[in-house]
Design a protein around this ligand. Sequence first.
Ligand SMILES: Nc1ncnc2c1ncn2[C@@H]1O[C@H](COP(=O)(O)OP(=O)(O)OP(=O)(O)O)[C@@H](O)[C@H]1O
Ligand SMILES: [Mg+2]
Length: 486
Amino acid sequence: MDDPVTLPAEWLDQLGDAVPAYATAPRAGVHDLRGIETIAAAIGTPLMPWQRLVARVASERHPERRAEFRYKTIVLTVPRQSGKTTLMRCVLMHRALVKAQRRSFYTAQTGKDARERWRDLVDAVQASPLRSKITVRRGAGDSSLSLPNGSRIRPFAPTAESLHGYTPHDVFIDEAFAFDDAEGADLMGAIIPAQSTLADRQLWIVSTAGTAESAFLRRWVEQGRAAADDPDSSVAFFEWSMPEGMDAGEPDSWLWHPAVGQTISPQTILDAAATMSAGEYMRAYGNRWTTTRDVIFDDDLLDALSLEDQTPPPAGELSIAYEAAIDRSVGVVWACWTDPETGVPSLRTIARNPGVDWMPQTILALRDQLHPHTIGADDAGTTRAVTEGIRRLDEWAELTTLHPRDVTLAWDDMRDRIRGGGLNVADTPGWREACANAVQRPLGQGWTVDRMKSRGQVADLIAAMVALRLHEHRSADAGSPLVEFA
Ligand SMILES: Nc1ncnc2c1ncn2[C@@H]1O[C@H](COP(=O)(O)OP(=O)(O)OP(=O)(O)O)[C@@H](O)[C@H]1O
Ligand SMILES: [Mg+2]
């Protein structure tokens, strides 16, 4: 992330800890903040400081052409449940009330979602003192909220054709992460020509961070980040996201969140961690981009692998692999053996502790206790130091280390088996976490798990993958493992 944002002191005071990662700063001139705040209060959601900042800047008028907004495009990215949709509702209602014949359109990830959020808007207004001012029409393809001044707010489906024949002043795209390049191009193809004849127009692109599939949003976020401190840009940009290097398990790591201390407590966010994968949690609550193309296994795949029989692997019939997390935060040892009934390889953790200093001694103890065919590890990262540590304790220790080519084959096999179900795994939080964190990188002509770029520890996944590889390629003659001396 670039330099900290430069906002006027009065705004920094209001925002407190919820400092945006990027924000187009307010500039002197005419704007609608007061009007939008009145509407927000009337519909029961007085604006939070972050919503005020966005409403203030988004409604700034062009310094020379007062009928126009200064910014033709507003790009806004904040975590889930921050109040994005609520803010848009207030701005939409304000525009409809103060401008005659205003044409405003709202869409979201699908036409159905757009209609549902539009209905929420209608419900909120009908429960407010503004109820007497609106007329609502709910038709299949023709829903609208109208005002006596001729203004209308309508939902639309995010497709190439849906704005055909309309000239919309305002277009609000909610949940913009849902669109890939082609869908984004269709949507913009529908919006841009329809809006082009209106000087008094604005487009809002709003979302929580996306995944590798969210190419449309990604481009706008990149453009927005560059625009945030460009005074001539017609794009205003706002982003609140978790800064690098924070410990997501600490309540104080969430103070940057724009709704924390307003409508959400840090504990609510911490509690949500238990309900989703680490990658999805950071996307949804941290507003951090994940690369799902690389989130290799979703939870359904992992559910299907669960090893129900918890009997320990039989001594003498297994292979063992170890891996140390690159930041030395955790070390793991996994065992692989063949299920005697099904012939399917089975994997489980046999040791897992914080730090890595404990590893050499414990691995030797496990060897003496379990008499594995093979003990080994990937010859990379912090794990290499563990291998050296074992050899310092026992210079005759028989350890098999994987060459890069073996590693790509091991990863291929692991991926195929997880996807195809040819594997039993004793499920643990560490295993789930490693699978959610894993990001791949090319190695030679193949792929492997990237220890540096993954979103957190991947030690369980790598140890399991190496154990599987060692077991699949063990010597047929038990007790005489493949031996490789350093
Ligand atoms: N200014 C506000 N005052 C009080 N409550 C608010 C305010 N803004 C939002 N909320 C409440 O916070 C919750 C989340 O708001 P909203 O649905 O607008 O968030 P969102 O960012 O669109 O969430 P999602 O990511 O789930 O779409 C709702 O219950 C909403 O009523
Ligand atoms: Mg929403």
